[in-house]
Write a new protein. Structure first.
Length: 396
């Protein structure tokens, strides 16, 4: 019963996380587009920055933005915050259910660092808090007044963290950790800066006082950060399903490239929406970056070495049976695994040959399987599999 509850809780929380994330990113992208596309026109009310006409669902909308607030505050205000909060809360719950409770499979790789499950979970959680504190200190320091310099320092900071995580956790765990860390920073920006500063502004206006302009400037700075971090964090969340991305030797460098091309893509849309032209060069940079990612992903795991000189079909089959079949069988015997993952069964030569492509991706071109290398597949065994695959994965 516990296993059933765990499986269903994972599904429900993941569903909530995806839906909340769509709502958060969708509303964020929409308001960025709206804010940048507003045009000043004659005849607008006092204090209005600009307006825009939009059409959707058969209706026309006249959007107006006040720089501070209208002369009379409306009786009702819609606050766009719960999308962000729900995304983080559901994401953290998923982190606990999948990665902290299943640390031995998904967070730890003993060939990287021999950690216990509680230690790995504690390190992962502490790094979320400490990284956010460093980010916050950078934003509040003198560096925070220089956006380009702050962006460069922040970029190096995130890349350095990623490199460090790949030397503490499994590849999958490292990607999830850096993604969770960036998501935490983004939600903290909303929870601790953007919404509180907006509430201070509203309170000051209701009291008949002039709001502090610094509140708006600080909130805008954090909103810009969130804007440019959105695409990389979505990539990181998706990438942990693709072994050639997270479980190869240059996985940290792949993250570094994605952290660069995500903001480049956003720059294209921001510039276009603001009416400053369409910088098509950004797509060239993004394409070059993705080509580099594809090339790096094909480099394979660092420890495998050249494939074996001699084809040994029996040794290849034995390696799969010894290292993989405890999970990939009709009735798995590995604790916590109740069905063969993704329906892949590797319990006889025919089934092994049938899934040769997946074996190549997960155990030869990457070290994604066994997860966390929990069954201690050796480099020599991976070399034997490479030779078997190069020969066409014969069954006998």
């Amino acid at each position: 019963m516990v296993s059933v509850l765990t499986e269903w809780s994972s599904l429900i929380v993941r569903w909530l996380h995806v839906v909340a994330g769509i709502a958060w990113i969708g509303s964020s992208f929409y308001f960025i587009h709206l804010d940048l596309s507003l045009k000043p026109r004659a005849g607008l009310p006092q204090g209005v920055q600009g307006d825009a006409w939009q059409v959707h669902g058969g209706g026309f909308y006249h959007m107006v933005k006040y720089l501070i607030a209208p002369a009379r505050m409306p009786d009702e205000l819609t606050w766009f915050k719960w999308e962000a909060y729900t995304t983080w809360l559901s994401g953290f719950a998923l982190l606990v259910i999948v990665y902290y409770l299943g640390a031995e499979l998904y967070l730890i790789d003993k060939s990287v660092l021999d950690l216990t499950a509680p230690t790995a979970a504690a390190v992962a959680f502490a790094s979320l808090v400490l990284a956010w504190l460093v980010y916050e200190a950078l934003c509040r320091s003198a560096l925070g007044r220089h956006e380009v310099a702050l962006a460069l320092v922040g970029y190096v900071f995130l890349v350095a963290l990623t490199y460090g995580f790949t030397h503490v956790f499994s590849g999958r765990g490292a990607f999830t950790q850096i993604g969770a860390l960036i998501g935490t920073i983004m939600v903290a920006n909303v929870f601790l800066i953007v919404i509180p500063n907006q509430k201070k502004t509203v309170a000051a206006l209701l009291a008949g006082k002039a709001p502090n302009p610094a509140w708006g400037e600080e909130a805008k700075q954090r909103s810009v950060h969130n804007n440019y971090l959105t695409l990389p964090v979505v990539f990181l969340m998706i990438a942990n399903h693709y072994p050639l991305i997270f479980a190869t030797r240059f996985n940290w460098l792949i993250v570094a490239i994605v952290l660069a091309i995500g903001p480049v893509i956003r720059h294209f849309f921001n510039s276009r929406h603001e009416g400053k032209g369409s910088p098509w060069w950004t797509w060239g940079v993004a394409a070059a970056g993705m080509v580099a990612v594809a090339w790096l992903s094909g480099a394979g795991p660092a420890e495998i070495g050249p494939r074996a000189d001699r084809l040994d079909i029996k040794a290849a089959h034995n390696a799969i049976l010894a290292r993989c079949s405890m999970c990939h069988r009709n009735e798995p015997v590995w604790p916590g695994v109740h069905a063969p993952p993704k329906g892949v069964i590797l319990d006889d030569p025919d089934n092994i040959r049938r899934h040769a492509h997946l074996i190549e991706i997960n155990a030869v071109r990457s070290n994604a399987m066994p997860p966390g290398n929990v069954t201690a597949m050796t480099a020599q065994e991976r070399q034997i599999l490479a030779a078997w695959l190069a020969a066409g994965a014969p069954s006998q």
